[in-house]
Design a protein around this ligand. Structure first.
Ligand code: HEM
Length: 431
């Protein structure tokens, strides 16, 4: 610990090294310096890098840290959109966040899972007719259709592949450079415009919408003064629902990959009464595999913490991946061991395991889609451990730690996929 000094400096400027090394970069500096807090410059801005449970708790203190204008512009123009919940603070944030959380009742989550099962079932005969499929691409497609139906966004069959392509570009283009980044910006622009048209028609009475679905929830919202959200902000928030649902495909793929690489896990998951073990397995998937690498904020006022002076105006970066792998908190953090969660007191960690952010859902920026994510990974695990037979042919399953968001290079190719136990298909085909 320092004695009323600034945290140790890892390097004068670290942008290139961070881009080259990717997810493990911050942890490697922390281990080298023997600290969970260090300074460097990111794109010339003085930046405090933070890792671990204690540092995460500090990062989520909104008296000291703010998210306003903290995320890089290139992310706001691709992944997040401008004017959405991620960049809001205080009362405006609480209002938007309450809308998201109002969508997350158990019955609504069950409805989404049923829709995913429905579209999965429709796709299954295609899988069975093919020599092989790329699971990541297939799940993107299924989740896009289910997410749009769940939100009340009309998607005719012809639009579905285009919408899937655009949402995937938003997910993958934020951190990309060059043509892929520009394609991602175009995809956001086109999707926002298409949604703005629908919202306009709805508000002018030219189109109906089910009042219980997210489309109407956002389009009908009025603040305390009776003011609606602008059409653009409604579009951004609707994309904030459908885009991350499609992104859950990566965790579903990682779960199937983990079963392939750890056959003893698959064996335990194949029993129908495996619920307890399945929860631990899913938590380990979220802890172990890389997804979002870090979060950005700005320090609001000078503070002394653990003997270090932290200064107002510094950029702060919280290392998500490093916190989930912090060797001070997790035993053998780089091994995939679901049974580690037997010893954990709770399933919902506030600051030690933060793949979808930490602290509180309602008052902080913690992900409101955490329960949906758990339910969709659970669905994938049950399907692949209990209801489908398939082969995993030789392929390149390397997960590059400098590609954000991470994925297995092959996307996980499966061959000879067959249903061995009937899928539940409760929802009638209606599109
Ligand atoms: C692939 C699974 C997912 C991952 C890894 C993930 C990760 C994250 C992370 C790291 C944050 C930022 C937390 C923070 O700033 O403190 C976040 C926020 C958010 N996520 Fe997720 N998420 C996922 C799924 C979802 C789903 C399924 C939804 C919606 C249905 C969703 C909607 C949001 C929204 C709206 C925010 C902004 C919350 C706020 O600013 O208050 N996410 N997510």
């Amino acid at each position: 610990m320092g004695c009323n000094s600034e945290p140790p400096v890892a390097s004068r400027e670290c942008t290139l090294s961070l881009v080259r090394s990717g997810y493990p970069y911050i942890s490697a500096q922390c281990d080298r310096l023997g600290t969970n807090l260090f300074l460097s410059r990111l794109r010339l801005k003085k930046t405090l890098f933070m890792r671990g449970e204690e540092a995460a708790e500090l990062f989520y203190n909104d008296e000291l840290f703010t998210r306003e204008n903290a995320a890089p512009k290139r992310l706001r123009r691709t992944l997040f959109g401008e004017g959405g919940v991620q960049g809001l603070e205080g009362e405006a944030h609480r209002q938007h966040k309450a809308l998201f959380l109002s969508l997350m009742s158990q019955s609504r989550i069950d409805a989404l899972v049923e829709l995913v099962e429905h579209y999965w079932q429709l796709r299954l005969s295609y899988w069975e007719s093919q020599a092989s499929i790329i699971l990541l691409d297939e799940l993107h497609h299924i989740l896009c259709r289910a997410a749009c139906a769940w939100c009340g966004i009309p998607l005719h069959n012809v639009d579905a592949p285009e919408m899937t392509k655009r949402l995937v570009l938003m997910i993958e283009g934020g951190a990309a450079i060059g043509p892929k980044h520009w394609a991602s910006r175009r995809a956001r622009h086109q999707t926002e415009n298409a949604l703005i048209d629908l919202i306009k028609q709805y508000r002018e009475g030219l189109r109906d919408a089910d009042p219980s679905l997210p489309f109407a929830t956002f389009a009908d919202f009025r603040d305390a003064e009776g003011k609606p959200l602008s059409k653009h902000v409604v579009a951004v928030e609707l994309i904030n629902v459908i885009r991350p649902i499609v992104a859950v495909a990566r965790y579903m793929v990682f779960a199937v990959m983990a079963m392939h690489e750890h056959p003893h896990c698959r064996e335990q998951l194949s029993h129908r009464e495996s619920g307890h073990y399945r929860r631990h397995f899913i938590q380990e998937v979220r802890r172990y595999y890389p997804f979002f690498p870090f979060l950005a904020a700005r320090i609001k006022k000078d503070v002394t913490w653990n003997g270090y002076h932290l200064k107002r105006g510094w950029q702060a970066i919280l290392d998500i991946y490093g916190t989930n792998h912090d060797p001070h908190r997790w035993d053998t953090p780089d091994q995939f061991r679901p049974e580690r969660f037997e010893q954990e007191k709770t399933d919902l960690h506030r600051f030690a395991m933060i793949p979808q952010g930490g602290s509180d859902h309602a008052t902080q920026h913690r992900c409101p889609g955490e329960w949906i994510t758990l339910a969709l990974i659970d669905l994938a695990v049950k399907k692949f451990a209990q209801q489908l037979s398939y082969n995993v042919p030789p392929q390149d399953l390397t997960v590059d730690l400098n590609v954000i968001p991470a994925r297995p290079r092959s996307g996980l190719i499966l061959s000879a996929t067959r249903s061995v136990s009937p899928f539940k298909a409760k929802v009638e085909e209606n599109s």
